[in-house]
Design a protein. Sequence first.
Length: 252
Amino acid sequence: MTIKTSYAPGEPIWVDLASPDLDKSIAFYGSLFGWTCDQSRGEEFGGYANFSKDGKKVAGIMPLMQEGMPAVWSCYVCTDDADKTTAKVTEAGGSVVAPPMAVAELGTMAVYSATDGSFFGVWQPGEHLGSERVKEEGCFAWAELSTRNQEAAIPFYEAVFGWSANRQEGYTEFQLGGTSVAGCMDTPEMVPAEVPSYWMPYFGADDPAAKAQEVASLGGTVLVPLVEMDQLSFSVVADPHGSAFGLLKMNA
């Protein structure tokens, strides 16, 4: 069990899902990962609710904010000062989609668009830490940027979060203090041209191939069948509403 009690600025801290049908999504992820959903404060926060696994928060869910908005997973990075992060975003050429907003006593959030067109959020934790269980079965394990312009994206995220880029053939790892915290790659050819650059979460899976088949049995889609490498194996899938996410097993 991997329990998080704090995050450093620049670490991916939270993921949430925008869904057109909360009940259907809650049932899907409950069956797939054993998540439960606390909707007790949903009315207070515009329908936003938390998924938990064994009593620990792992992800969020909310209704679509407007008609035509895609069902999608979003990734958030920790900040200790959302206002300063906002200034860094604009200085680096990005755009503010939603300025810093205090969410009661829970923390402060903001949403931005990067120079490559990718959307991302930040979370300045208050009483809501972020993901409390990570890097295990059914919990957040990795954040990955699929971009149509790495040469624009990499310096932007370096400037905003203090990340360094460890460039390898076909893949870049963003690092914080020498530790890899997120990934970056060219948008796969299979992705339709109208889809902009995007961040996607991976969740831990002891058997990605079996879990991908479980996704299919629950009404989802297998987008990338099992890929095996020396240090890891993964699949990429989509839930019944088309929200893409990965299933990841680290072998080392």
